[in-house]
Design a protein around this ligand. Structure first.
Ligand code: ZN
Length: 247
């Protein structure tokens, strides 16, 4: 027992062992991603071998492996992004967007997601995405503050086959907001207005990605009345002291 606890604290996690970052085309509606960012703030950078093993599990079991990243050229180096895209092609997996994860069951794939509002940097990788037939999901926050120029960029990404989804109106921490203002206020202030603006702009949001991955089962139930899926993030440092946000 003691040895087991000690092992829990050791070493980087194996992506293939993280059940919470795979979607098996079942009834699960709270999905989690694992980071591929390699920037300075990233405390866990899975090696390409680790990612390959993770992708091979997805292929074997016909699951979808979910990745998240932020800003190409900063949090995620462009070199690393290209390596990951090439690896997906090499392992023979399809790219799936989040709006494809709640329709008829598909097969093995990778759902690559980008969070926040790095519109210029995302748009700057259009050619790279196209070169690898990569269709990805952009979870956008503060969309009501975007300039027309950046909204046009989002529309170009959408026209390329990428999905434009919600990452909250103002990127607040859900459980904190609920504690202070109540669950209904969170839905009314943070979730619904974000969906309204996305729809007004001509997008069709189906998924809400929690800022900071922060969620509770109570919040899931309320948000899932308005979207088909929610996305959180897997803890990548093993610690017995902090509960993972993934259910
Ligand atoms: Zn975020």
């Amino acid at each position: 027992m003691v040895a087991g606890l000690l092992l829990v604290g050791c070493g980087p996690r194996s992506v293939a062992g993280m059940d919470e970052v795979y979607f098996a085309w079942d009834q699960r509606r709270v999905l989690c991603g694992v980071t591929i960012d390699d920037g300075l703030r990233s405390n866990f950078v899975p090696s390409l071998d680790n990612l390959r093993e993770g992708m091979e599990r997805a292929r074997r079991r016909e699951e979808v492996l979910i990745f998240y990243a932020h800003e190409p050229g900063a949090g995620l180096s462009v070199e690393r992004l290209e390596s990951v895209l090439a690896l997906v092609n090499d392992v023979g997996l399809d790219f799936l967007t989040f709006d494809e994860l709640h329709g008829p069951a598909g097969g093995a794939g990778v759902a690559l997601t980008f969070d926040d509002a790095h519109i210029d940097e995302w748009h700057g990788q259009r050619a790279l995405f196209a070169a690898y037939d990569a269709r990805v999901t952009f979870f956008v926050t503060r969309i009501h503050l975007l300039s027309d120029r950046r909204l046009d960029m989002l529309h170009e990404l959408y026209a390329d086959g990428h999905a434009i989804e919600s990452h909250g109106l103002n990127h607040v921490n859900g459980p904190d907001y609920v504690q202070e203002h109540g669950l209904q206020a969170y839905i009314d202030d943070e979730v619904l207005p974000s969906l309204v603006v996305l729809r007004r702009e001509g997008f069709s949001p189906t998924t809400f990605a929690y800022p900071f991955g922060a969620r509770t089962s109570e919040i899931d139930r309320a948000v899932l009345e308005h979207v088909a899926l929610v996305r959180s993030i897997a803890w990548t440092i093993r610690t017995p002291l902090v509960a993972s946000p993934c259910p």
